[in-house]
Structures are given as C-alpha cells and as structure tokens.
Design a protein. Structure first.
Ligand code: PTJ
Length: 249
C-alpha cells in the first residue's frame, strides 16, 4: 500500500498498477523494465505535462477525431496503467481498441481483452483475424484486418520503432506516447506525445470532451497542419538540458 502523503506517491501508484498487471498475466516481465526506462525519462522531464506535450496531445486528438478509421493499439503496459482512461476516451470518441503485443501470446491477448472489457472498453479487437506486415521482426507485425490494417490513423502508445516505421511507410498517420524523446518511435511517428501515458490519456479525454457533439473539421485540420513533430521533440530535449544545467550540487 502507498500512502497519499508519500513524496513519490504518483510514481509508486503506477508501479503498483504494473506489478498488479504482471501478477494478473497482463504485463510482460519486459514491460516492467520498459516502465523503468520511462520513469527515468519522466524524472528528467520533471514528472509533469509540458506545454509542448499538451500541444502534441491536442494535435493527436485532432487526428483521431477527424480520422475515417481510427484505432487505439493497446499493449500490456498501457492496459495495466490506463484501462479506465481508455474506456472513458473510447466512450466519448467511439474509437475501437486493438490488443497488439510485442511479446504475443493468445493467453495474454485474451486476458488483456477481458481486463479492458471489465474496465468498460466496449469495442476490443483481439487481432486473431490478422495480416502480417512486412519489415517488422517482432510479433507486432500481426495486425487485425479490421483494426490497424484498415486504419488511416493508428494511436499506439509505447510503440516500438520497427512498427512505427512500417506503419508510416504504409501511409498511415502514427500517433504515439513515449517518454523517451530520442527513441526511434518518437522520431518516426507523425505525432509524439512526450508524456506519461496516464497523464496523456487524461489530457486526451479533456480535449475530446471539448469537441464532443461539435463539427469543427476546419478547426481540427488547422491544428493538425500547424504541428511540427521534430520541433516539438526538440523542445523536450531542451527541457531535459535546462533541468540538468540548473542542477547545483
Ligand atoms: O505488452 P507487450 O508484449 O506488447 O510489450 C510492451 C513493451 C512496453 C514491453 C514493449 O512494447 C517494449 O519493449 O517497448 P520498448 O521498446 O521498451 O519501448 C517502450 C517505450 O515506452 C520506451 O521508450 C519508454 O521510455 C516508454 N515508456 C515506458 N513507460 C511509459 C513510457 N512512455 C510513456 N508512459 C509510460 N508509462
């Protein structure tokens, strides 16, 4: 149990969620290590949503709201950390979810799909009716015919570089959340949200709520056109540099 007054309460709560996910067979052992890398970058970034991360989140949401066939690709880490937020976001936007795993097993796909359903996600594709994409060495190449394969906009938090590259090569818009602004995924994606995934999901929900029931295609298109992913990533590099330079020992 983590007490709310603990100085690292939020970070410890997320760790607990992941360990719980691991014990339930949702998160892989590798996922725990991947989370540690994310935590290290979050520490360097100040453990808060920066303005440039919020800008990227809003642009990502604009892409999702204007897509013909959007899809949210969920892995074992994202499911353990953010199922409640995914359920709320998908209820507002009607975007379907595809369970797509790096360390793929039928057992884990079913467990994650059940876990998402239990948290209120209605439309979950398990990826059993799949097509294998080229140029991807991992099992993430297997994508659902009715999900990622058909999608024009793929939102894949905690994605891997190979697939981000392969999906952009196929002409898809790739949106990701990655605390490491230097990763291949971060530099390859159309929009990279350099933020912690639960914070990013909450901000996506707020943005989607503002546009609920409104038809503002022009406004959303203008927002998309104004965005430069490389410039946005550079702002994250600067934040890390400035934080390191401001350290006085
Ligand atoms: O459930 P599976 O089998 O699909 O596996 C999922 C993992 C995450 C293990 C797999 O996709 C993987 O190995 O990912 P990578 O290549 O380690 O990339 C994960 C990226 O996400 C890293 O750049 C981390 O910095 C980042 N990251 C980790 N935790 C978070 C995060 N970004 C945002 N929020 C987090 N909580």
């Amino acid at each position: 149990m983590v007490l709310e007054g603990h100085p690292r309460y939020k970070s410890l709560r997320l760790r607990n969620k992941l360990v719980d996910g691991y014990e339930k067979g949702i998160t892989s052992a590798h996922g725990l290590i991947a989370h540690g890398r994310g935590e290290a970058f979050d520490y360097l970034l100040g453990e808060q949503t920066s303005k440039n991360a919020l800008d990227a989140t809003n642009v990502a949401c604009a892409y999702l709201l204007t897509a013909r066939h959007p899809i949210l690709s969920v892995n074992g880490n994202t499911a353990a950390l953010a199922s409640e937020e995914i359920a709320e976001f998908c209820a507002i936007t009607s975007i379907p979810v595809e369970v797509n795993l790096f360390h793929r097993s039928v057992k884990r796909i079913n467990r994650i799909a059940d876990y998402l359903h239990a948290h209120g996600v209605v439309n979950v594709l398990a990826g059993f009716d799949f097509v294998k994409l080229d140029h991807i060495s991992s099992d993430r190449a297997k994508v659902d015919k009715h999900g990622i394969f058909k999608a024009d906009v793929v939102f894949a938090p905690l994605e891997d570089g190979d697939r981000a590259q392969a999906l952009t090569r196929l002409g898809k818009v790739v949106l990701t959340v990655d605390l490491n602004p230097l990763s291949r995924t971060a530099v390859t994606s159309t929009v990279t949200i350099v933020d912690e995934v639960t914070r990013a999901m909450k901000n996506l929900i707020s943005f989607a709520k503002r546009f609920e029931g409104k038809d503002d295609q022009d406004g959303l298109d203008t927002l998309k056109a104004s965005f430069d992913n490389v410039q946005n990533l550079k702002t994250s590099y600067v934040i890390i540099q400035q934080r390191l330079q401001s350290l006085t020992l």
